[in-house]
Design a protein around this ligand. Structure first.
Ligand SMILES: *[C@@H]1O[C@H](CO)[C@@H](O)[C@H](O)[C@H]1NC(C)=O
Length: 181
């Protein structure tokens, strides 16, 4: 009775050892899917590595693809972007007029001329997951994904400062030049 239990245990252990390498192979395959590879490249482009890559995964998921999508992240991201722009413009010029500041903010929040352009430059239309019927190149989809990145970074870091600075580094070049004129 006892020796057969031991034998069973030995067989079970040997089976486990036989199975484990396959388990690793499966994990490896999942990690190196085209979507995962794209997320790796995107992190390099952003100059930010997520502690929780699931947040970036969600940021790159349109509502047409999954219930678990980037809509709420995009709302946070939009406010992070506005805060970053207000902060940097006022830091550069403490006497900027409210009218000018509002003009800059409305430029930045424009879907077609601003965030869809930034998002397309990052290649988000090729990364964001959408349903087969959804065109991932439309400004609304690209813009939502772009904004969601900054929401996701804020959640990942537990504050909005880094997310705002990463946005500024990506976009601020043009803005800074325009302000200096
Ligand atoms: C998808 O949207 C883009 C941008 O609006 C447009 O240029 C393109 O023609 C659309 N593609 C299809 C297949 O509708």
């Amino acid at each position: 009775m006892r020796s057969s239990t031991i034998r069973c245990f030995t067989i079970f252990t040997l089976l486990l050892i036989a199975i484990l390498p396959h388990g690793h192979a499966t994990t490896y395959k999942l990690l190196s899917s085209p979507f995962s590879t794209a997320l790796e490249t995107l992190q390099k482009q952003l100059g930010y590595n997520f502690k929780s890559i699931d947040l970036l995964r969600r940021a790159m998921t349109h509502a047409s693809f999954s219930e678990e999508n980037n809509k709420a992240f995009a709302i946070l991201g939009a406010t992070v972007i506005e805060t970053s722009v207000s902060f940097h413009l006022l830091s550069k010029d403490i006497d900027i007029s409210p009218k000018e500041l509002n003009r800059r903010l409305s430029q930045i929040t424009n879907v077609d001329s601003s965030c869809a352009v930034d998002g397309t430059r990052l290649g988000l239309h090729k990364i964001v997951r959408v349903s087969p019927k959804t065109n991932s190149s439309t400004p609304a989809v690209v813009c939502g994904a772009f904004r969601a990145i900054f929401g996701a970074i804020s959640i990942d870091t537990g504050k909005s400062d880094d997310a705002g600075n990463i946005f500024w580094n990506l976009h601020g070049g043009d803005l800074g030049a325009a302000v200096a004129l």
